[in-house]
Design a protein around this ligand. Structure first.
Ligand SMILES: Nc1nc2c(c(=O)[nH]1)N[C@H]1C(S)=C(S)[C@@H](COP(=O)(O)OP(=O)(O)OC[C@H]3O[C@@H](n4cnc5c(=O)[nH]c(N)nc54)[C@H](O)[C@@H]3O)O[C@H]1N2
Ligand SMILES: Nc1nc2c(c(=O)[nH]1)N[C@H]1C(S)=C(S)[C@@H](COP(=O)(O)OP(=O)(O)OC[C@H]3O[C@@H](n4cnc5c(=O)[nH]c(N)nc54)[C@H](O)[C@@H]3O)O[C@H]1N2
Ligand SMILES: [Mo]
Length: 734
């Protein structure tokens, strides 16, 4: 086996050396003990075995936990992939999807050769071509577009197929910067909260999820750990074993809600009102930590004044909960210390998502648990990301400042419906590591754009996705076991190495290989387009004391390295203009939000748009399903069967009003589109006026009924955040 630099890969022996350095060997033996260790015997998959080697892998899918994995390789094939038992987060077991990585790797439908369109767009007729022909066609189209419309007529679309630093966040952007292509924002996922938290704390960096076990009260607000962050559940349960309380704030009764000590099933989009109502009681009844507030916060008087606008009676009405529930929250939350507030990403994909996060963010400060072990807030972590973006992405290569399009408006951009694309149309779309049909919003608009005869679309993909169906040229992408990268969790504090275990299958190429080669075909002579992943890992790590252990050699040797920040904010230094936690922020006011925080009705809601609400009275939430990772894994038979057909969960009262019975098909509709799905009728999963259907089922597996046809492409209040959940629909019996 060779790695991308042609060096020797990890043998079982060298792996053990590395893991011994971390004291891992016991766990690893434990792991191999259940498989056949002898050469020449049958493997668990029934393949005749030669010598077995272990490879160091990391799951690079878009997840809070980037699991450390160990692949067993025999006769040039990976026969088993398991979780690293010694990594505290992975703890030996990947999630349901991670357990089927091999089924993805050796899936019979992998695209193995470049293809060109041989029918109408979207028709799915293809002709096999060589890489040479593919590169010639693409460079010709790029040069034509640049000559006729300028370089901004070229637009990348990309998000999170892989989240590796080199293949996702690195080399492709060198290419697009050099071209001077349109920039896209990376706003589909979590930018609202990420922008909101620094106004309060000067930073969004969260506590270590391993410290969840030390809390006395875990509040999970707008997230669903048992589906989207399964590796943190064990830490929550450890805390509960030690007597901690669990509070869930969510319109959807998900698995943790059913186990909670208190479940607040509030009306979607009203979280800011609920948070300010809770603070109304905490402040007026003197339940907050006065010393902490006096020493480390600023703007308390303004907050005190603002929360007077949110008395429990009014908040109960806005949030459709009882006053007793608000008081029960206050009682449980203020009596159990230290407490953690965990905020998800899904709940803030709303028109006022940033304001919601801002309002909730005050609670840990009022309780004085910031910087305390087992206390504080949890949202996202990037502080342990060790790479220098200026080096990995090379923004300096750009010939000039180019336009930026919000990725949530992909449909409008390629359909020519944005003011900027009326001026300069998108002529070439290069889509890689992203699958807008069915993961982006307003899918019908995206299809309209992709159908444009004068749009040249390139899709670099592992599988024939719904988006690939619309390509002019499809390029085969390598699986993550076929290239080397460094990946990091976005909740835990680990930086993890993933080696190249296999040669790319067929003629597939990794993102790095593709964009380096395409750059050369475009005549770009910059030295950076000769760099391999290993070169970039070696040269690209920031020269900061916290990253001194993170070297290429250490990553290869140790598999994963924790960047330990201890108790976040324990020094009580906050990088805000005042140096304190800001309940009042002049900067957020400049960004157009209330300087403290306020509840504003959603753009699509009863209060925000009464006329629309009269037509479409149900708020549709489209969270993550346990079996898919956005759209990935839907084509794996075991997962597909387990997932079943898409459905919509509706409240029994709404169902009865419409003559819908459990299992009936119903039509879900708004101005953006309509889909037909099976109804799951429930008294408790959602309240009346709310429905839930999971995101990103493949369009082609659901006869065009992907829920993202209905998802809005509006932009939220902070940093361009998506608004998937601000979504009014009508549901009728089919
Ligand atoms: N309705 C609704 N929709 C949502 C959301 C929601 O809440 N509601 N959430 C949104 C969120 S949070 C996110 S992050 C987005 C995710 O949106 P995307 O990032 O577009 O996610 P995927 O659908 O998984 O598409 C990734 C594609 O990359 C391909 N791929 C995997 N590895 C590689 C590789 O190494 N190279 C290349 N070239 N391709 C690769 C996969 O095969 C897959 O087709 O979805 C969003 N969609
Ligand atoms: N299995 C699986 N895991 C995943 C993913 C996946 O697709 N599948 N996606 C990954 C990605 S890309 C991301 S960004 C993360 C997302 O991780 P999460 O944020 O946990 O995921 P979501 O399911 O998008 O949304 C979480 C919750 O928000 C709730 N919610 C919606 N509106 C509101 C509201 O107004 N108020 C409140 N309080 N709650 C609300 C929904 O009911 C849902 O339970 O997960 C990652 N992990
Ligand atoms: Mo995401």
């Amino acid at each position: 086996m060779t790695d991308s630099k042609g060096g020797k890969g990890f043998s079982r022996r060298s792996f053990l050396k590395g893991s011994t350095a971390l004291g891992l060997s016991m766990g690893l033996f434990g792991l191999t003990a259940c498989t056949n260790k002898n050469s020449g015997s049958k493997s668990t998959m029934g393949v005749q075995t030669g010598e077995k080697t272990l490879t160091t892998l990391t799951c690079p899918r878009n997840c809070y936990d980037s699991c450390s994995l160990i692949g067993e390789k025999i006769d040039g094939r990976i026969v088993r992939i398991v979780g690293d038992p010694k990594n505290p987060i992975t703890a030996g077991t990947p999630c349901v999807k991670g357990q089927t990585h091999i089924n993805v790797l050796y899936h019979p439908d992998r695209i193995l050769h470049p293809l060109k369109r041989a029918g109408k767009k979207g028709e799915g007729k293809w002709e096999k071509i060589t890489w040479d022909e593919a590169y010639d066609t693409i460079t010709q189209k790029l040069n034509e577009a640049i000559a006729q419309y300028g370089s901004e007529s070229i637009m990348p679309y990309n998000f999170s197929g892989t989240i590796g630093f080199i293949h996702q966040h690195g080399v492709p952007w060198r290419f697009f910067n050099k071209i001077g292509a349109t920039n896209i924002t990376r706003t589909v996922c979590n930018t609202g909260g990420k922008a909101a938290l620094p106004y309060t704390y000067g930073d969004f960096s969260s506590i270590d999820p391993e410290s969840f076990a030390k809390t006395k009260c875990y509040v999970t607000w707008g997230t669903n750990e048992s589906y989207t962050n399964v590796h943190s559940v064990k830490f929550i349960q450890q805390a509960r074993d030690n007597g901690a309380k669990l509070i869930v704030v969510n319109p959807h009764r998900h698995p943790l809600a059913s186990q909670a000590d208190l479940f607040i099933q509030l009306k979607p989009g009203t979280d800011a009102a609920f948070a300010l109502g809770v603070q109304h009681i905490i402040i007026n009844e003197n339940l907050y930590d006065k010393d902490f507030v006096e020493n480390y916060t600023m703007g308390f008087e303004e907050l005190k004044q603002q929360v007077q606008n949110y008395p429990p009676s009014k908040v109960a009405q806005i949030c459709e909960v009882t006053e007793e529930e608000i008081r029960a929250f206050v009682k449980m939350y203020t009596q159990a210390k230290p407490s953690i507030i965990r905020m998800g990403f899904g709940f803030e994909r709303r028109t006022h998502g940033g304001a919601m996060v801002r309002a909730i963010s005050f609670l840990p400060a009022l309780m004085g648990v910031v910087g305390v072990e087992g206390g504080g807030f949890s949202y996202v972590n990037y502080s342990h990301y060790p790479f220098d973006n200026n080096y990995t992405k090379r923004p300096d290569l750009a010939p000039r400042k180019t336009r930026t399009i919000n990725m949530n408006e992909l449909g409008k951009a390629i359909a020519g419906e944005l003011p900027t694309t009326k001026e300069i149309p998108v002529k070439v779309l290069i889509c890689f590591s992203g699958n807008p049909i069915p993961s982006a919003p307003n899918v019908n608009m995206i299809k309209k754009g992709l159908e444009r005869e004068d749009l040249f679309t390139v899709v670099h993909e592992v599988f024939m996705t719904d988006t690939a169906d619309y390509a002019d040229i499809i390029l085969p992408a390598a699986h993550f076991t076929e290239f080397e990268d460094v990946v990091a969790d976005y909740l835990g504090w680990y930086v993890r190495y993933s080696e190249q275990a296999l040669e790319p299958m067929g003629e597939s190429k990794s993102n790095v290989q593709l964009f380096n080669e395409l750059a050369k075909r475009m005549g770009f002579t910059d030295e950076c387009f000769n760099e391999t992943s290993a070169d970039i890992i070696k040269k690209g790590i920031l020269n900061k004391p916290i990253f001194k252990e993170i070297t290429y050699e250490n990553l290869r040797k140790n598999h994963w390295i924790k960047v330990d920040f201890g108790n976040v904010f324990s020094d009580h230094k906050f990088n805000t203009p005042s140096g304190k936690i800001e309940f009042y922020s002049e900067s957020i006011k400049k960004a157009g939000l209330h300087p403290v925080a306020e509840y504003l009705p959603e753009e699509e809601s009863q209060e925000g748009s009464p006329a629309l609400f009269a037509q479409y009275p149900i708020n549709l939430l489209t969270p993550a399903s346990p079996q898919l990772l956005s759209s990935q894994w839907h084509n794996v038979p075991y997962i597909k069967e387990n997932l079943g057909e898409p459905f919509v969960t509706v409240n029994a009262k709404d169902a009865e009003d419409r003559g819908i019975k459990d299992g009936d098909y119903c039509v879900i509709q708004n101005d953006r589109g309509q889909v037909k799905l099976k109804a799951k009728v429930s008294n408790t999963a959602v309240k009346a006026g709310v429905a839930v259907s999971f995101k990103s089922y493949w369009n082609k597996y659901t006869d065009g009924n992907t829920i993202n046809c209905l998802a809005p492409d509006g932009i939220g209040d902070l940093d361009g955040i998506s608004t998937y959940n601000t979504n009014l629909v009508q549901i009728t019996k089919a």
